[in-house]
Design a protein around this ligand. Structure first.
Ligand SMILES: CC(C)(COP(=O)(O)OP(=O)(O)OC[C@H]1O[C@@H](n2cnc3c(N)ncnc32)[C@H](O)[C@@H]1OP(=O)(O)O)[C@@H](O)C(=O)NCCC(=O)NCCS
Length: 176
């Protein structure tokens, strides 16, 4: 993407906290046949709890030109030394830069807290589109010794089969 397009997207795409009235949009997108194979599935209650900020979770609507265009869910695990975990990122209209702009904005927010030294996520091995996006924002594959992996699993969740962790630390983010 050329810099001018990137700048335009930075203003067109923004994150705002999800509200209970967004539940219908979020679950319709998540459960849509185009998406349900690509992404985990939550109950209404799980989404509402995350929207309420339960257990360090945050739930964001990705808006593009003022309209809901996707959502992002994160867990703040920095209190137990395991950074911020991006649980889910899903956009409706893919391949138009929305996901990149949304994640870039989320990273700015996350790293604005001095407590947060890294942001990580889990991606499926076959999800090359998501991997390309994460790598282009500076994320690298994260290999952990088993004891450390257990800490990450407890703080967030373990990777499913054929999936792996990717991580972006503050220094690399600032250099990107
Ligand atoms: C992954 C997802 C959030 C990315 O958002 P998006 O708006 O589609 O992605 P963008 O348009 O911002 O593109 C991001 C980059 O991926 C690259 N990309 C797009 N489609 C690709 C593909 N099929 N294969 C490889 N790379 C691809 C683009 O080249 C782009 O890089 P660039 O900006 O340098 O050109 C979105 O596609 C999505 O919701 N997918 C389904 C759910 C999902 O997989 N979520 C992630 C779970 S870990």
């Amino acid at each position: 993407m050329v810099p001018g397009q990137q700048a335009a997207l930075t203003t067109a795409v923004r994150l705002r906290p999800s509200r209970p009235e967004d539940l219908r949009f979020v679950t319709a997108l998540e459960r849509h046949p185009d998406n349900c194979e690509l992404i985990g599935q939550w109950s209404d209650a799980e989404h509402l709890a995350a929207m309420a900020g339960s257990r360090g979770r945050s739930h964001w609507i990705v808006e593009r030109d003022g309209e809901p265009a996707g959502y992002l869910i994160a867990y703040d695990c920095s209190g137990v030394g395991t950074g911020v975990y991006v649980k889910r990122l899903l956009v409706a209209d893919k391949g138009r830069g929305t996901g990149r702009a949304a994640l870039a904005q989320f990273l700015e927010r996350a790293f604005a807290s001095a407590q947060v030294s890294f942001v990580w996520l889990i991606v499926r091995g076959e999800n090359v589109r998501a991997q390309a996006l994460y790598a282009s924002l500076g994320f690298e594959r994260l290999e952990l010794a088993s004891e450390q992996a257990e800490r990450f699993d407890r703080a967030a969740e373990p990777p499913m089969a054929e999936a792996f962790r990717m991580c972006l630390d503050r220094g690399r983010h600032l250099r990107a």
